[in-house]
Design a protein around this ligand. Structure first.
Ligand code: AMP
Length: 246
């Protein structure tokens, strides 16, 4: 199945209509995806979306879409939320929960969904449970992509970004043809500040601090599925499908 997802209702507001091309799946999957930066969750979300037909619903993407919108079109709550995001802080629970609640139609989507970046706190997880109950649906599973911290550091610290066109390379996984030079535009490749090993460790510790209680929450409900994110994307994908009983 190819992905039908344009995520219009999710990105631009619950009242917007999505253009769905694919046939409605016989079994829609309703999932939460967990995974630290650098584990390859984005790649897995794309592969899962193509296979299951469910959209990847990322709260971070909604904020990024708002950031590139006309500031005059944003209300005070969204402007404050973007301020938190710019400072690298979490947006207050109440704001994120309201934003997801406005998009509750996506939770009832007949194609299913994969929430990414939400919930991030225990309060958000409880609010999500209330919303799911109110909409008469249940989570099938929470996929937690795991990779030892040293592997994540190795993956992210090998990343090189073009100063001009922002294309990313990897010193081992996807090396440029000439060292330090972008294949596409000839721009200089550099290591982003937040891809330095010391910054990566700080980001990962913050992630673990927030996510461990969430993993416990879903473990107690019996729907947490831990997936090793080690190895090639196709191998991780096979493990994710197995975890879903597919
Ligand atoms: P992400 O792409 O998921 O890393 O999100 C980017 C930024 O959006 C985060 O650093 C937060 O500022 C904000 N954000 C996204 N989702 C949430 C959430 N569930 N709770 C709080 N803040 C969030």
């Amino acid at each position: 199945m190819t992905s039908h997802c344009d995520r219009a209702a999710w990105l631009h507001g619950g009242e917007v209509k999505c253009a769905n091309g694919a046939a409605v799946p016989a079994r829609p999957f309703r999932l939460v995806l967990l995974g630290a930066p650098g584990v390859g969750k984005g790649t897995q979300a794309e592969m899962l979306s193509s296979r299951l037909g469910a959209c990847q619903l990322s709260t971070g993407d909604v904020f990024r879409a708002a950031k590139s919108a006309d500031p005059a079109s944003l209300g005070p709550v969204m402007r404050a939320a973007l301020g938190h995001m710019k400072r690298g802080e979490l947006v207050p629970d109440e704001t994120v929960i309201d934003m997801v609640r406005e998009r509750a139609a996506c939770l009832r989507c007949p194609y299913g969904f994969m929430l990414d970046g939400f919930p991030r706190t225990a309060a958000q997880a409880e609010a999500l449970d209330d919303m799911l109950r109110a909409n008469g649906v249940k989570l099938d599973a929470v996929l937690d992509f795991e990779l030892p911290m040293e592997h994540v550091v190795a993956r992210l610290s090998g990343r090189r970004t073009c100063r001009d066109c922002k294309t990313t390379f990897h010193v081992e996984g996807k090396p440029p043809r000439a060292e330090g030079v972008c294949d596409h535009c000839g721009g200089e490749l550099y290591t982003r500040e937040d891809d330095r090993p010391e910054s990566i460790r700080v980001r990962l510790q913050a992630y673990e601090h927030n996510t461990t209680p969430l993993a416990d929450y879903y473990h107690k409900k019996g729907i947490l599925r831990t997936v090793s994110a080690d190895g090639a994307p196709a191998d991780v994908f096979a493990r994710a499908l197995e975890a879903l009983g597919l």
